[in-house]
Each structure stands twice: as C-alpha cells, then as structure tokens.
Design a protein around this ligand. Structure first.
Ligand code: ATP
Length: 259
C-alpha cells in the first residue's frame, strides 16, 4: 500500500487527513494508533475509497485507488477484508450461513447469491474457515447465541471467505473483554502470519499495541506523528499523542500508559 499526500476535507470543513504519507509492504503488520478523531478510520476507509479523498494518491495491490473505475474498485474491495469493532452478523441466522455470506462478494450479481449459499463447496469452505477460528463445533447455532468474542471470530471466518490479501481491522477488540480481545488479536496475527497477509489494525489499548505492534504508525490531527518499532517508542510520545490539548490529561480509555 502506498499512500502519498492524502488529504480529506469534509464539506463541513473538518480536515480529517492533512497530508498522510505511508507505505506498507506486502505481508507487513502495522498497528495504527491515535486519539479519537485523529483520522485512523478515515485513513483505513480511504484505502478502498469507502471515503472519497480530497487530494493525494493511494495505491493498493497495484490499483490506483484514487482514479480507479467502479469495476476496478469492486475487484480491489474483494481482495481487502475488513474487520470492524461492531460485529454485524445476521443475528437470527446460523453461524455457518453467516460465514457463507462472506463469499457473496465473489458471486457477482445478487441473482447468483442463492446459488452461492446452496453450493456444497461453499459450505465445505465455510466449515474450514470456522475450523480456522476454532468454532466448527457451533456452526449450527444462531449467531446471536454466541459471546461477543466468538461473534468476532465468526466475523473473521466470514471475512476469510473473501480470500483477502489484506486485512484492515478497525478497533476489532474494543467491544470485547481483555481475555476475548487477546484471543481475537492472537487469531488475527496468526492468520496474517500463516497466509503472509498484510494487516493494518487500529488499537486503543497500548498494552496490546506493545504486544502485537512490531511497527506502529501514530496519527495526530490527520498527519503521521510517528512511524516506529513499538519497543522504541518512548512513553512521552504516547502521552503527547493522547493528551488533552488544554489540561494535558490522558483519557481513561488509553490503557497501558504509565502515569
Ligand atoms: N462524515 C463526516 N463528516 C464530517 N466529519 C467527519 C465525518 N467522518 C469523520 N469526520 C471527522 O473526521 C475526523 C477523523 O475521524 P476518524 O473517524 O478517522 O477518527 P479516528 O481516529 O478513527 O477516531 P476514533 O478513535 O474515535 O474512531 C474526526 O474529526 C471526525 O469527526
């Protein structure tokens, strides 16, 4: 991924990105840090043009995203798996059916969707994806019956059905308790390592960033504040990243920063 001079100004005048330059090599794992409103989500969304950049260029998997046609964008989006904080499974459907839905992007037109969900090959693939996330045993349960951590694992299995080459995770563990969060992080990192996938993951928990973030990219006010190996980032940089401009206080949600 190559991002160069990327800016995003919303019609109301908010400058969400103010000239971001960032290169992520294939197979690299990157943790994105930054306070609320720093531009992390908008940057991630710009990578597949879910947000229309104001200026600058974005190149992902060989596609010039900023000038891509709608067909090129569709193809690119199929190659990029996204994991959200909000786990949007279809609650009343089975775990297996939810996972099979991950293949719909490969089906083309909605007319082919029924065929996709009925095809036994997709069911086998979905069971394999569920095995991958350790949940083959609950394939027949309704999604709503699972815990939040397990629902996020199902969402990851669904994303795997896309056969992505890049994973973008936007605070994937923010809604989970610490143990479930860690196990989802382990899973994401393991999948990325096994498949040689590129992984860009937004986090607010600094301890997780320390444990998983070989490379961390920090955003402040829509620009890259630092891009470094986490073990070499001094606490003072982190405090500066999150501190309130007026009183210097670091908000309570920033866990893992010594006072
Ligand atoms: N549709 C929109 N219209 C106007 N401003 C927006 C819009 N979407 C986002 N913004 C603003 O853009 C800035 C960057 O938002 P973004 O969601 O990328 O922040 P973030 O770093 O992901 O924050 P958080 O940690 O809270 O998720 C914020 O000031 C936000 O209010």
């Amino acid at each position: 991924m190559e991002v160069s001079g990327l800016t995003k100004v919303f019609p109301n005048g908010t400058r969400a990105l103010a000239g971001v330059d960032l290169t992520v090599e294939a197979g690299e794992t990157v943790v994105l840090l930054g306070a609320n409103g720093a531009g992390k989500s908008i940057l991630q969304k710009s990578l597949t043009r879910l947000v229309e950049p104001t200026s600058g260029s974005v190149r992902v998997l060989g596609t010039e995203v900023t000038t891509a046609s709608s067909g090129e964008l569709r193809t690119l989006r199929r190659r990029v798996g996204i994991v959200f904080q909000r786990i949007n499974l279809v609650r009343e459907l089975s775990v297996l059916t939810n996972v099979i839905h991950g293949a719909l992007g490969r089906a083309g037109t909605p007319r082919n969707w029924m065929a996709i969900t009925a095809r036994s090959q997709q069911r086998v693939e979905a069971m394999e994806a569920l095995e991958r996330v350790g949940l083959a045993g609950v394939a027949d349960r309704r999604a709503e019956q699972l815990s939040g951590g397990h629902q996020q694992r199902v969402a990851i299995a669904r994303m795997l059905m896309q056969r992505p080459e890049i994973i973008l995770a936007d605070e994937p563990v923010a809604a989970l308790d610490p143990r479930a969060g860690r196990s989802v992080m382990d899973l994401l990192w393991q999948i990325a390592a096994d498949e040689g996938m590129t992984l860009v993951c937004t986090l607010h928990q600094l301890q997780l960033a320390r444990d998983y973030g070989q490379r961390v990219v920090a955003l402040r006010d829509g620009t890259v504040a630092f891009d470094s190996v986490m073990s070499q980032v001094p606490d003072s940089w982190l405090r500066e990243l999150y501190a309130d401009e007026d009183d210097g206080d670091v908000p309570a949600f920033v866990e893992g920063l010594p006072s």
